[in-house]
Design a protein. Structure first.
Length: 197
């Protein structure tokens, strides 16, 4: 029995290693890098990689889920942060970075026939629940306006940062500027009275 558990742990380590290598390679060289090359750079046989990810689309989807799981874990960790406002705005920045990073994978998957809505439903629900806690704490301490919901925050990020390519070639500078504008809009107006109290 111990041997079987060790094999499972080894297989999980291989899977995590492939995901890390694949993300690094795709980020540096684009999504056209062949899956066999990913296996080579991960130091694994092609058969091992295909056991975990039978298609390139399966690898893309696993990367998207992995990134979302890390984002959920980060949001949950922020539920006890000493400065809820700083935690929320820091996480907002992280959300925007992640959205940019996973956009190419989502675009590639959208034409693959994969049922993304159903596949990602559970992780999206976990993400929204974790974000709701971070947002509520920031609202309770007065760092974020009370009349904004999780869905609105998500829509803001999706809509605003999904159109970065319309602002020219310097995406990083455009992202920073848009983030500052969005953050200003989410803060309570100066001198505003909280009607909920």
């Amino acid at each position: 029995m111990a041997k079987k558990r060790a094999l499972r742990a080894d297989a999980e380590r291989n899977r995590e290693h492939v995901l890390k290598v694949a993300q690094d390679v795709f980020a540096a060289e684009g999504l056209a890098v062949p899956i066999d090359e990913i296996a080579r750079r991960a130091g694994l046989g092609v058969g091992t990689l295909y056991r975990h990810f039978p298609t390139k689309e399966a690898l893309f989807l696993a990367i998207v889920v992995d990134r979302m799981e890390h984002l959920v874990a980060e949001a949950r960790a922020l539920a006890t942060a000493p400065d809820p406002g700083e935690a929320f705005f820091g996480f907002l920045s992280r959300m925007i970075h992640e959205r940019s990073a996973k956009r190419d994978f989502m675009d590639a998957l959208s034409g693959s026939g994969a049922d993304l809505g159903r596949t990602l439903a559970a992780i999206k629900a976990s993400y929204r629940a974790a974000l709701a806690v971070v947002l509520q704490r920031a609202q309770d301490c007065g760092a974020v306006r009370r009349d904004v919901s999780v869905r609105e925050v998500h829509a803001l990020v999706t809509g605003t940062f999904g159109a970065l390519d319309q602002l020219g070639k310097d995406a990083a500078q455009a992202r920073r500027r848009l983030l500052a504008i969005v953050c200003d809009g989410l803060r309570p107006p100066q001198g505003a009275v909280d009607a909920s109290k």
